[in-house]
Design a protein around this ligand. Structure first.
Ligand code: ADP
Length: 393
């Protein structure tokens, strides 16, 4: 059992609170990524699980045991760091087996474990290579094999792919997922790269300023972000945000309104609200027929276009007195829209767009907390009662 639990864990360095009252449970066998901007406390959290840093307050449990005061070697964890520290004068076999030899394991057991680990990370046939005869990706695999031979209950990985080039990083992501499937071990993985977290994890723990913001499966973080920080951090390019207020008719900002009945969703009238909409949920009004639940038309002017190959990002300027050729700074709001690569849209053009109301997010501007995801209630077929609908399979 390799579940990891942090209970009210805080770490202070003089006047810096690196981790602030963190409560988190990582289940046995789960792959959880800790994500957040640089300096948000990811590494410090990891070091406290590993036993390299002692919490100022709170407890760390591994497999049900309070390990807060245990040294690293007694915690059943193995760490893989960003900077791969292989011994340059030792071949792969000696590098992988170093820890086991130090602990006086017998030769057969060491051979068995090294062979299995080398097999898992696909380094068979390379055991007599020296580190300087290997690529960055191969060296990182040696570092992972060195962690595997210890049969840890929990793997802790701190940006292990950060020093690899982009192509290799994508390849190693797949390898790490395969490794996780094979070992069925708990993995806690630190990254500042939200795409890495989205693709690999069972759940993502989003951290900001030492505080846990949300821990959920990647798509839940994407579709139902708990607050403005998560909404802006998860997804690339970022979600659009527009400030406004909630009125009896719905959301109203300087340049557009999105109608809905606040009572129906229990949204308080009169509060300052921030509307969030992802670029893929902003559509050209001419295609409104294909949008799940289009808002009223919004007049915009196109600014910069970014063709990406499979889509085009279009920066839209919104202003009451919007004029073609005006600068982004002169407008009150902007929206980023993603359109089909075949679109004939050009820069400095007036275009009407609509938002998919089923994909609109609303946040309380003051607290940043999410108040509503989607402004469309599921429609129940007319004349069908709930019981009938449920039994109808
Ligand atoms: P991340 O891994 O998310 O980049 P860290 O956990 O490394 O963030 O750091 C969180 C905060 O704690 C930062 O403000 C950092 O400067 C501070 N910090 C980390 N380690 C120490 C230390 N040993 N002494 C003082 N401050 C530290």
């Amino acid at each position: 059992m390799g579940d990891v639990k942090l209970e009210h864990v805080t770490k202070r360095y003089d006047d810096v609170t690196a981790v602030d009252d963190m409560n988190m449970t990582v289940r046995d066998g789960e792959f959880v990524c800790l994500v957040g901007p640089s300096g948000c406390g990811k590494s410090t959290t990891m070091e406290m699980v590993a036993g390299l840093t002692k919490p100022t307050e709170g407890e760390v449990y591994i497999a049900g045991t309070d390990v807060t005061n245990y040294p690293p070697k007694d915690r059943g964890v193995a760490m893989v760091f960003q900077n791969i520290a292989l011994f340059p004068h030792m071949d792969v076999y000696d590098n992988i087996s170093f820890g086991l030899r130090l602990r006086d394991y017998d030769k057969d057991e060491i051979d068995r474990r090294v062979e299995r680990a080398a097999d898992i990370v696909q380094l068979e046939g390379m055991l007599d290579r020296m580190p300087d005869e290997m690529s960055g990706g191969q060296r990182q695999r040696v570092a992972i094999a060195r962690a595997i031979v210890r049969n840890p209950e929990v793997f802790l990985m701190d940006e292990p792919l950060a020093n690899l080039d982009a192509k290799l990083r994508v390849h190693m992501r797949t390898e790490l997922q395969r490794l996780h499937k094979e070992l069925e071990t708990t993995i806690i993985y630190v990254t500042h790269d939200q795409a890495e977290a989205m693709t690999m994890s069972d759940r993502i723990a989003v951290i900001d300023s030492g505080q846990l913001q949300q821990i959920d499966p990647p798509l839940t973080c994407y579709n139902e972000p708990s607050n403005l920080f998560v909404a802006g951090f998860i997804g690339s390019p970022s979600m659009n945000f527009v400030d406004g207020t909630i009125t009896d008719e719905g959301f109203e900002s300087e340049n557009f309104a999105v109608e809905f009945d606040p009572d129906e969703f229990g949204v308080e009238v009169g509060i300052d609200a921030t509307l969030g909409i992802r670029p893929e949920d902003v559509h050209l009004a001419e295609y409104r027929e294909s949008v799940t639940d289009p808002s009223a038309t919004i007049d915009t002017i196109t600014d910069v276009l970014e063709p990406m190959g499979d889509e085009i990002f279009v920066y839209l300027l919104l202003s009451e007195d919007a004029e073609i050729g005006m600068e982004a700074e002169e407008t009150s709001d902007q929206l980023l829209m993603s359109v089909d690569p075949d679109s004939t849209i050009s820069e400095d053009e007036r275009v009407d767009v609509v938002l998919d109301r089923s994909r609109v997010h609303l946040f309380d501007t003051a607290s940043g907390e999410a108040i509503q995801h989607g402004l469309v209630k599921p429609v129940q077929a007319e004349g069908v009662t709930e019981t009938e609908a449920e039994s109808d399979d």
